[in-house]
Write a protein that binds this ligand. Structure first.
Ligand code: FAD
Ligand code: NDP
Length: 591
């Protein structure tokens, strides 16, 4: 029999050296259950199987003397006695396990507090509870200057992707009604659209999503605060509700996911006379003759659907369309929109806005100037500002916790694991400096972050080569480099671009889009013609590029695309038959 001291020493050293120590028996189902809990959260553990060791019975006696527990499993976490199977399970379910694992002895109200219940914040909080963390999320929407406000779910659900795509669809349906005539359908001489009906139907859908999120949070045990959250220090948050009532909570980890809101330029009358994308999707009256200011995603998408719904639409462009995108593609989108009847005021800057008439929508005089300072003005029923978005961080108290912001942009600086300069404070989604401002990016970052904090995972969000689509009347899908960036990066001589026009079969009967769509693959000659950029302008480009993005991500070459047998007749098959380089005419004839 080993001396008691050496057995005690063995127990002590095992408990000390292993973050999770399970005194176990190899056949015991309760021990298996406990191991499963740690396996599920990717937490390594050491199991000492007492039935397989000669000193097992003596160790069990020593454990009884130390803990008052005779049964197995006997679990220690961070050298602290946790208990048996039911104790471990309860600690996991109540979120205490992650606290014990962190080795931080302080008691906090939450293991994780997420500020912002948008795409990123909701994804992160729902993932974190899966690993037993005690989680809360605060979401609060300050009304726009015009008074628009909305429920939980953030930008995407309420004033972004969802209503935008539905209005895009409303416009495409109008186009289909026109095409339908050519296919033999009897339709009215002039199709008319009711703005109020569309807005009501879309808002009803959004409200059902808001409701669904609240139910999910309740069912998954995430505490939801419909309160404005701000940092008091690195572990403390102040929560204020709509009536001004305050409370304070503490959290071991904090995720900032407050997103952004539209910018109002510093121009007289901007706030008084204009609306933004935060207002347009719930606008209770038809906007009438509308001017969009800005020339990127939001402006072009909203101008596209408004024109499709029958409104007189103008876009004011101060420089180029879709900065950062392949400019050949951006101009093809612009040309198509212009051809369809959308007006473009190119090379103009805003001078002032004046309200001429109150009303729904009322009337605004817009004064603008060109590069030679020539002043012009025009009247519009509605003016939509789409000049970029600013981070929602001003009142979040980051200075109280020492969180560093980007000097110029004001967005939160993070490392490649989404951590700020403060060790327990993270940031994901639109609020993070230099990351693509897209819903799936925020969701992926949120999920992976929760796994890293609470489940011992290592994987980080890959922010490179994220596929995206601009939902203009002819959609534009892209993944990877623009042609100009490819040439800049690899040199003109090392880049081959294959391209082709195409005509969607479904548009031929209505005599639309004759050679009006376009696809290109940009390849790196020095690397087996690996595809480094792919771009397409055409119907459903978003659906197309989503599938091909996987090939892109897994390193497909031009030969892989050539070897792929297409599905006929589809638009996507164009990528399997690209045989003309930029030196050749991309027009096609025949099937
Ligand atoms: P958000 O979704 O903005 O959520 C942040 C939430 O935090 C908000 O509800 C906010 O009110 C709340 N909040 C802020 N401060 C506090 C605080 N102190 N306390 C409590 N709550 C707070 N992306 C796509 O991928 N595809 C698209 O088609 C697309 N279309 C878009 C169209 C438009 C018009 C816009 C504006 C954006 C679009 N986006 C699109 C971008 C997408 O919506 C965002 O990238 C995404 O919503 C970002 O998610 P997030 O979680 O970072 O922030
Ligand atoms: P962007 O920041 O992409 O573009 C702002 C536009 O406004 C640019 O064309 C810019 O011109 C112009 N602009 C800026 N300041 C002024 C000014 N003072 N006067 C006139 N024009 C001005 O913003 P968006 O709001 O379009 O989009 C924000 C983000 O939201 C996007 O980056 C995207 O990630 C996301 N989004 C995604 C969508 C999708 O996935 N389909 C759809 C909508 C948004 P200039 O180039 O000269 O600076």
């Amino acid at each position: 029999m080993a001396p008691i001291d050496s057995i005690n020493q063995l127990v002590e050293s095992h408990n000390k050296e292993n973050k999770v120590m399970i005194w176990s028996k190899s056949y015991c189902p309760f021990c298996k259950k406990v191991k499963e809990i740690f396996n599920n959260i990717n937490q390594p553990y050491k199991a000492y199987e007492l039935d397989l060791e000669a000193n097992g019975a003596e160790i069990q006696e020593a454990l009884l003397a130390k803990t008052g527990q005779k049964t197995v499993p006997n679990v220690f976490v961070a050298n602290k006695h946790l208990g048996g199977a039911s104790d471990t399970e309860a600690a996991f379910k109540e979120g205490r396990l992650t606290q014990l694992l962190s080795g931080d002895d302080k008691e906090y109200d939450y293991d994780l507090f997420v500020v912002g219940g948008g795409s990123g914040g909701l994804a992160c909080s729902k993932e974190a509870v899966k690993y037993g963390a005690k989680v809360a999320v605060a979401d609060f929407v300050k009304p726009t200057p015009k008074g628009s406000q909305w429920g939980i779910g953030g930008t995407c659900v309420n004033v972004g992707c969802i209503p935008k795509k539905l209005m895009h669809q409303a416009a495409l349906l109008g186009e289909s009604l026109t095409d339908a005539k050519a296919y033999g359908w009897s339709t009215p001489e002039k199709n008319t659209h009711n703005w109020e009906t569309m807005v009501q139907a879309i808002q009803d859908h959004i409200r059902s999503l808001n409701w669904g999120y609240k139910v999910q949070l309740r069912q998954q045990n995430v505490k939801y605060y419909n309160k404005y959250a701000s940092l008091v220090d690195k572990n403390t948050l102040k929560l204020v509700d709509r009536s001004g009532k305050e409370e304070t909570v503490t959290a071991r980890n904090i995720v900032l996911a407050t997103g952004g809101r539209p910018i109002y330029p510093d121009v007289p009358g901007a706030k008084e006379c204009c609306i933004t994308s935060d207002d347009i999707f719930s606008l209770p009256y038809a906007p009438g003759k509308t001017l969009f200011i800005g020339a990127s995603y939001i402006s072009l998408e909203c101008a596209g659907f408004l024109h499709g719904l029958g409104y007189d639409t103008t876009v004011m462009v101060r420089s180029i369309l879709l900065r950062g995108f392949d400019q050949e593609m951006a101009n093809r989108i612009g040309d198509y929109m212009e051809q369809e009847g959308i007006k473009f005021l190119k090379g103009y800057n805003i001078v002032k806005f004046e309200k001429l008439e109150e009303g729904t929508p009322g009337k605004v005089r817009v004064t603008y100037k060109n590069a030679e300072d020539k002043i012009e003005s025009a009247e519009y029923d509605s003016v939509v500002l789409a000049v970029g978005r600013k981070p929602l961080i001003d009142d979040v108290g980051v200075q109280n916790a020492g969180v560093q912001l980007h000097e110029k942009s004001g967005f939160v600086i993070t490392d490649n694991a989404d951590r700020t300069n403060v060790d327990n404070i993270y940031c994901i989604g639109d609020l993070a400096e230099g990351k693509p401002e897209l819903t799936p990016v925020a969701i992926q970052a949120g999920r992976l972050l929760a796994k890293r904090i609470f489940a011992g995972a290592q994987k980080k969000c890959d922010y490179e080569n994220v596929a995206t689509t601009v939902f203009t009347p002819l959609e534009y899908g892209a993944c990877g480099l623009s042609e100009e960036d490819a040439i800049k990066k690899y040199g003109d001589e090392n880049v081959t671009t294959y391209h082709s026009n195409f005509t969607p079969l479904e548009a031929t009967v209505a005599h639309r889009l004759d050679n009006g769509c376009y696809a290109k693959l940009i390849c790196n000659k020095t690397d087996d013609e690996r595809v480094i950029g792919m771009h397409v302008v055409g119907p459903n480009a978003g659906e197309m590029i989503q599938g091909f993005a996987l090939a892109f991500k897994t390193g497909a070459t031009k030969e892989h695309f050539d070897d792929l047998i297409g599905i006929h007749p589809t638009n996507a098959e164009i990528f399997t038959t690209l045989d003309k380089t930029k030196a050749e005419d991309p027009a096609v004839t025949g099937c």
